[in-house]
Design a protein around this ligand. Structure first.
Ligand code: HAM
Length: 419
């Protein structure tokens, strides 16, 4: 193969550079901080899972499991996938690793990369990062309100306070079938007016007609029956309680009767957080809901669960567009600037100074003036300068890059002087 073209990154994925990592660190630290404050503990699950886990968990018709799934076969002929989301994997681990034993619910969180073969655009990446939070093993609607509060606390902590929270209930296996039949009955005479995907969904997954974004289908939605008018007693009680708890926590929300979510495992509460100024088209910053049927769909005993995932990429994009800046810490607080061909000596000086500070060496064969200018740009607090004759005496000049003050110091005194 001719080696003419330089190799670039795969479409839809991004590098996160050191200066950008500063903002990411803020968002990750806030996630961990908030999760711990609410009693959630960190879990890691593999990036690869059996394809079936995703297909049975997320739902074969869901975009994340059909069009968008990164699937592959390994050398052993196993059908695997890169996880498009974390919930199915965490529920698997919950049973497989015995977290279903002992006091419930288990409160868990995960921060890591997810993969979806989505059409790349701002806010939509093929590798993206989620802060995922799950409370598994208890069915109280108070947990629905709790995870909503966790999501909001995280967004608040990273400085995103102008938010719109949308909620809905999509019922459960008791009341939903009858509602879906009503929905089909409503849409069947209108089928020809729907666009292709929705025509297909009408019989297999009519709930998805409600969150269709295609303009021609919008008007039809308005007359559609609303699921919150068709809840069974248990779902109604849960729906009432979740809203009451949000009210008493002072969490503002709007009821969006068309909010159904793109993954098939949800029951009852579903929710999404958007920037307040967002148009309807902008993607959610964080979203989730209850999934009481997921464990069984994966072949495990029935267990209730509720959670959400926040998109770190989108949250960081939003922080940036709201003007949040974090000054990236300099890579090193101290730079060693040897004047001449003194690599071994410079390495030794750095080793000594490193007992007290983060230290890097400028080994480049350029003039001291250029090295000083570079040190300034790098934001180092101190520079250690020496030439061959100073090296012989094991001495150097320690320069304060802020005040410009400079004094001779013996190498071995550097840790004390820098402490
Ligand atoms: P989701 O709505 O598919 O839900 O994704 C959650 C969040 O991940 C979204 O609100 C968004 O911020 C981010 N996200 C999704 N796709 C992309 C993408 N292509 N690029 C960048 N960010 C993206 C779930 O994944 C569920 N597992 C959430 C959940 C947890 N439900 C219950 N527990």
């Amino acid at each position: 193969m001719p080696r003419s073209e330089p190799i670039k990154a795969v479409r839809g994925v991004r590098d996160i550079l050191p200066e950008e990592r500063a903002l990411w660190r803020v968002a990750e630290r806030a996630a961990k901080h908030v999760a711990h404050r609410y009693g959630y503990r960190q879990i890691e699950t593999p990036v690869i899972e059996h394809r079936e886990l995703i297909e049975r968990g997320v739902g074969e018709d869901a975009d994340a499991a059909s069009k968008e799934l990164y699937r592959f076969e390994d050398r052993g002929g196993r059908h695997l996938a890169l996880r498009p989301e974390a919930t199915a994997g965490i529920v698997r681990a919950y049973f497989e690793r015995g977290l279903n034993q002992g006091p419930q619910p288990k409160r868990l969180y995960l921060i890591g990369p997810m993969f979806r073969y989505d059409r790349p655009q701002k806010g939509r990446y093929r590798q993206f990062f989620q802060f995922d939070v799950e409370a598994i093993g208890a069915g109280s609607p108070a947990l629905d309100a709790e995870v909503i509060e966790v999501a909001r606390a995280w967004l608040f902590e990273v400085g995103l306070k102008e938010l719109r929270l949308e909620i809905n209930s999509i019922g459960d296996e008791k009341c939903r079938p009858a509602y879906l039949e009503e929905l089909r009955t409503y849409y069947r005479p209108l089928k020809d007016k729907l666009h292709g995907d929705c025509q297909r969904r009408l019989e297999i997954n009519p709930l998805r007609l409600l969150d269709c974004k295609v303009p021609q289908d919008q008007e039809l939605k308005e007359g559609a029956p609303r699921i919150t008018d068709h809840l069974c007693d248990e779902c109604q009680a849960a729906w009432d309680l979740v809203r009451k708890l949000l009210d008493s926590a002072g969490i503002a929300y709007v009821h969006n009767p068309y909010l159904v979510r793109g993954l098939d495992y949800y029951t009852r509460t579903v929710f999404e957080f958007y920037p307040a100024a967002a148009t309807g088209q902008q993607d959610a910053l964080a979203s989730g809901g209850r999934y009481d049927g997921l464990a069984e769909a994966l072949g495990w005993p029935s267990k209730p669960g509720v959670g959400f995932a926040g998109g770190l990429d989108r949250v960081i994009d939003q922080m940036t567009s709201e003007g949040e800046e974090v000054i990236a810490e300099p890579a090193a607080e101290v730079l060693v600037l040897p004047d001449g061909d003194l690599a071994a000596e410079a390495a030794e000086v750095a080793r000594i100074a490193r007992q007290a500070r983060a230290v890097a060496v400028d080994y480049e064969p350029r003039s001291l003036g250029k090295k000083m200018a570079a040190a300034d740009k790098l934001g180092a607090r101190w520079a250690i300068l020496f030439d061959a004759s100073e090296a012989q005496r094991r001495a150097a000049r320690l320069r304060d890059m802020v005040s410009g003050e400079q004094a001779e110091v013996a190498w071995d005194e550097l840790p004390d002087r820098l402490a």
